[in-house]
Design a protein around this ligand. Structure first.
Ligand code: ATR
Length: 278
C-alpha cells in the first residue's frame, strides 16, 4: 500500500487530504494520504527520515516550504527558480526530490477556466499584485507560459523588485499607487495578496478601467467568491477563483506517489466547495 502525506504546522485546515482521498477512492487505489503536524524544529529530522519511512512522498505547506527547499536532496529546475518546495517525492535511490507544483497548478487552472488561447485573447500585460511565496509561483508560471510582459505591484516595493529576477526581461516592478493607471493596459490581473481573504480587508481597486477582454484571477479561495472576483463578474469580465490552483497543484504529486495522473473534475470541486462552506 502506497502512502503519502501533507506536512505543516498547524495542519488541521489543510484540504489536501480531501483532494487526494477523493482520487484514491475514484481510482480504487489502495493507498493512504495523511495529515502530519510537524513543528519547525523537527522538520529537518522529518525530511532526513523520509527514505525508508514507507512514504512515497508528500505535500509541504506553511511554514515548511522554504525549509523543504533547503533540505531536499535534488530539486526540479522550477523549484530551484521559485525557491520553495511544496511536493516531495522519495526516489527509488532513496533521494528526496523537491518540486514546486504551484506554478503549473496556477497555469493549468487558467488554461482550464479560460481556454488555452487566453494569452492571445486577453492581450496586454499580466499584472500581479503581491510579492510573497504565492506571487513567486504565479510569476514563474506566467513566464513559463510565455507571457511577454509581467508587471508586479506590492505594498512594500522592495519585495516586488526582488521578484523581477524570476523572469528577467519580462517582469517589471511597478508602484502600488500606480495600479489605477496600469489597468487599461492589463490583460490578466492576479491577486496573490491576502486582501479579500476571510478576516482580511478587501482589495480596494476600481476595476472600471480594465479592458472588456481582461480576466481577473484570485488565488484566495476562502471565500471562493472574493470581493475582487465579484466586482470582475459584475463588470462582465472573466473571473478565475483560487480553488482551481489548489486542486491542480495536487495533480503532479498524486501522479508521482500513486502512479496515475488524476483529473480535476467538477465532482472533486463540488466536494471541496461543500467543505469550505462555513
Ligand atoms: P504568501 O507567501 O502566502 O503569498 P505573504 O508572504 O505573507 O504570503 O504575502 C502576503 C502578500 O499580501 C504580500 O505581498 C503583502 O504585501 P507586503 O509585502 O507589503 O507585506 C500583501 N498584503 C498583505 N496585507 C496587505 C495590505 N493591507 N495591503 C496591500 N498588500 C497587502
Amino acid at each position: 500500500m502506497k502512502r503519502a502525506f501533507v506536512v505543516g504546522h498547524p495542519i488541521a485546515h489543510s484540504r489536501s487530504p480531501l483532494i487526494h482521498n477523493h482520487w484514491l477512492g475514484v481510482h480504487g487505489i489502495a493507498g493512504s494520504y495523511e495529515r502530519l503536524d510537524v513543528a519547525p524544529d523537527a522538520f529537518a529530522d522529518f525530511v532526513r527520515a523520509l527514505p525508508g519511512s514507507g512514504y512515497a512522498g508528500g505535500n509541504v505547506t506553511i511554514p515548511h516550504k522554504e525549509a523543504a527547499f533547503r533540505l531536499a536532496d535534488v530539486l526540479t529546475p522550477r523549484a530551484e527558480r521559485i525557491g520553495a518546495v511544496n511536493t516531495l517525492v522519495v526516489g527509488p535511490d532513496g533521494r528526496v526530490l523537491g518540486d514546486n507544483t504551484d506554478a503549473p497548478g496556477f497555469i493549468a487552472h487558467l488554461d482550464q477556466s479560460l481556454g488555452a488561447d487566453w494569452p492571445e485573447r486577453t492581450g496586454g500585460s499580466a499584472l500581479v499584485l503581491g510579492a510573497g511565496g504565492a506571487a513567486r509561483a504565479v510569476v514563474v508560471g506566467l513566464a513559463e507560459r510565455g507571457l511577454g510582459r509581467i508587471l508586479i505591484a506590492n505594498r512594500t516595493p522592495e519585495r516586488a523588485a526582488a521578484l523581477v529576477a524570476l523572469a528577467p526581461g519580462v517582469a517589471r516592478a511597478v508602484a502600488w499607487d500606480a495600479l489605477p493607471d496600469l489597468l487599461p493596459g492589463t490583460g490578466l490581473l492576479v491577486n496573490t495578496t491576502s486582501l479579500g481573504m476571510a478576516g482580511h480587508p478587501p482589495l480596494a481597486l476600481d476595476l472600471g478601467p480594465l479592458p472588456g477582454r481582461a480576466a481577473v484571477a484570485d488565488i484566495v479561495y476562502a471565500p471562493l467568491e472574493t470581493p475582487l472576483l465579484a466586482a470582475a463578474r459584475a463588470r462582465g469580465l472573466a473571473a478565475v477563483d483560487g480553488l482551481g490552483m489548489l486542486l491542480h497543484q495536487a495533480v503532479p504529486g498524486f501522479a508521482a506517489w500513486f502512479g496515475l495522473r488524476p483529473a480535476v473534475t467538477e465532482d472533486l470541486r463540488a466536494r471541496i466547495v461543500a467543505d469550505l462552506r462555513p
